[in-house]
Each structure stands twice: as C-alpha cells, then as structure tokens.
Design a protein around this ligand. Structure first.
Ligand SMILES: [Zn+2]
Ligand SMILES: [Zn+2]
Length: 113
C-alpha cells in the first residue's frame, strides 16, 4: 500500500508499505506487488506461505477478499494478525513466493516443507 497522504508526484521508498505489517520499504527487503498497489513484504510472505502451503491452514474468515488479487477466493486465505483488512489467498501467495524464490537479487527461498 502507499502511505496515506503520500505525494503521488514524488513518491519515496518509505511511502511504500507492506499491507500486512505496514513496514515502510527501505530497499533492504523484497516486496511483491498485487493489484491497486497492494504489497506484501518477504517476511509476511514467509508467514503466509508457512500457514497456507506448509500447514494448509486458513486464518481469514470465509469470503474474505484477497488484498492482492481483489477476489473472494474459495482457496485458503491468510489474514494479517495485525491488520485484519489485509488478506492474501493461497494462489497469490504461491505466485508471489515463486517470484521471490526465483529472483536472483532476493535472498528469499520458500520455507522448507
Ligand atoms: Zn510485511
Ligand atoms: Zn489473491
């Protein structure tokens, strides 16, 4: 997400926040972008992936809309423990994790199964 009130003509790195933990970006960690500027950082991705893929759990209420793809998914979905409007579905989680995993500039790999 973009920091509320950020100057859209003059965006700085710290104006981009992870939707799931609201940590401002400082360029030292990777983020995956979804629709409408939604972002998930690599640390939240680790937790989401572990919950959805490894443990096969769903933490969001049924019918919750995914923040990343803006769809209501029947898939398992992970809800941020800190911000309940931040939800990622399993599909977006797997796609994003695949992207981070393959990116040679990112030191992130899928958590071990
Ligand atoms: Zn985060
Ligand atoms: Zn999604």
């Amino acid at each position: 997400m973009q920091r509320p009130g950020a100057d859209k003509e003059n965006m700085e790195m710290s104006d981009f926040l992870c939707d799931f933990c609201r940590t401002p970006w400082d360029g030292t960690f990777a983020m995956v972008e979804g629709h409408q500027g939604s972002l998930i950082c690599q640390d939240c991705m680790t937790i989401a992936y572990d919950t959805l893929v490894t443990q096969k759990q769903s933490t969001a209420p049924a019918g919750a809309k995914c923040t990343m793809c803006l769809e209501e998914r029947d898939d398992a979905t992970w809800q941020s423990p800190a911000y309940e409007d931040a939800v990622i579905c399993k599909r977006c989680c797997k796609q994003g994790a695949g992207r981070l995993h393959k990116d040679p500039d990112v030191e992130w790999s899928k958590p071990p199964q």
